[in-house]
Design a protein around this ligand. Structure first.
Ligand code: ACO
Length: 352
């Protein structure tokens, strides 16, 4: 780790971004073969058409390392220049060691500290806050925040209430100390409402209910969800969290160029946009192609939005997440990086 002398007088900015989705795709038609569901029901109730599923040889850490390598290429950094690697995830490769430790190894980074963040689908804003604070405090100059999930390994593919929702993938940003003032994080809000703790949960495998053959036979290793309760809380909590972050940034929703919400359900996204008076043209949606990738959803969407020409220098972005806990988080950012740097990552073999 760098010493405190690295503290920058300027700001903390995103200098790199990247995403990865595994090549295998599971369509709604495929799910019709597994459970009693239909493409029409899934599209109407969720907006999801397909999702990416990790191959057997892939894991949360391998996908995170690919997204991370792409983000480093955009930032023009070597893995050894990283001071910290933060991995928001609820599907780490193992209970221990951390996914971040394995990502560090996968990247070939020697100096960085490494830590996972457990805030479910809200993990990215939580991880971003940690990374921002680390750099702003002068504890290091460059931090990789790479959120990744292999939800398919914890999904009960006989439960139609959950298996149609999820996908696997990874999204990353690099935060760097900048000598230029301004830009970067303008406003932040993080919340946690523990009364929702058991509305989305994975009963067994922790210290309270260790994995047993009987538990496995009962499907307790899979995640379980009260969909209606989650839906109700999401539509209430997300807009309030976004408003609080916007207030801290001293801007109104009308000044946000692009709103990048957690992709859990298109109906939730549309409801929150309406509550914030945002036309859907200023809301980024890719749930149709990825489903809900939990913590990876927001940075994956951000990387796609930049690659797709939806983000320009000077734009104000609002990134908003909601998930198990219930947790939520919103970031208001001023974008300062040249989106054209993205093309540099295209020339990098992500699996090197
Ligand atoms: N196909 C067909 N029918 C279905 C399916 C399906 N895949 N799933 C549920 N149904 C049925 C139900 O059984 C129910 O039938 P019934 O009326 O005969 O009992 C009917 O459809 C309506 O069920 P609801 O649960 O009321 O459906 P709803 O419109 O609420 O949609 C959904 C369900 C999509 C899960 C919604 O509640 C939702 O999106 N909730 C939020 C999910 C979320 O945000 N999760 C985030 C966390 S995920 C994580 O942390 C990894």
């Amino acid at each position: 780790m760098a010493d405190l002398a690295t503290r920058a007088p300027g700001s903390v900015r995103i200098t790199g971004w990247g995403m990865y989705a595994p090549p295998d795709v599971l369509t709604n038609a495929d799910l019709e073969q597994l459970v009693d569901t239909s493409d029409a029901w899934i599209v109407e109730r969720t907006g999801i058409r397909e999702r990416h599923i990790a191959r057997p040889e892939e894991s949360t850490a391998t996908m995170a390392a690919i997204a991370g390598r792409r983000a480093l290429a955009v930032a023009g950094l070597e893995p050894d220049e990283l001071d910290l690697i933060v991995v928001p995830t609820l599907t780490a490769d193992h209970r221990t060691p951390s996914a971040a430790s394995l990502v560090k190894e996968g990247l070939g980074s020697t100096r960085a500290a490494a830590v996972d963040i457990g805030a479910a689908c809200s993990g990215f804003p939580y991880g971003y806050a940690l990374a921002h604070g680390f750099v702003a405090a002068g504890l290091g100059r460059h931090v990789l925040v790479v959120a990744a999930e292999t939800l398919s390994r914890f999904t009960d593919f006989t439960d139609r209430g959950t298996c149609v929702l999820l996908g696997d993938g990874a999204g990353a940003v690099v935060l760097s100390a900048s000598d230029e003032p301004g830009g970067g994080l303008l406003g932040l809000e993080l919340t946690d409402e523990p009364e929702g703790a058991y509305s989305i949960w994975q009963p067994a495998g922790g210290s309270r209910f260790p994995l047993t053959p009987a538990g496995i036979a009962a499907g307790e290793q899979f995640w379980h969800m009260d969909g209606r309760d989650t839906y109700r809380h999401a539509t209430r909590q997300m807009a309030a969290t976004a408003r609080a972050a916007l207030e801290r940034a001293r801007i109104g929703p009308d000044e946000v160029s692009l709103f990048i919400p957690h992709q859990a359900n298109l109906r939730i996204i549309e409801t929150v946009a309406k509550q914030l008076d945002l036309p859907m043209e200023r809301v980024f949606v890719n749930i149709d192609r990825y489903g809900n990738t939990s913590a990876a959803s927001v940075p994956l969407a951000l990387a796609e939005a930049v690659a797709g020409g939806r983000v320009r220098i000077g734009d104000k972005l609002c990134l908003l997440a909601f998930g198990a806990g219930f947790t939520s988080g919103a970031l208001v950012l001023e974008w300062t990086a040249d989106p054209a740097r993205d093309t540099l990552a295209g020339s990098v073999d992500p699996t090197d």
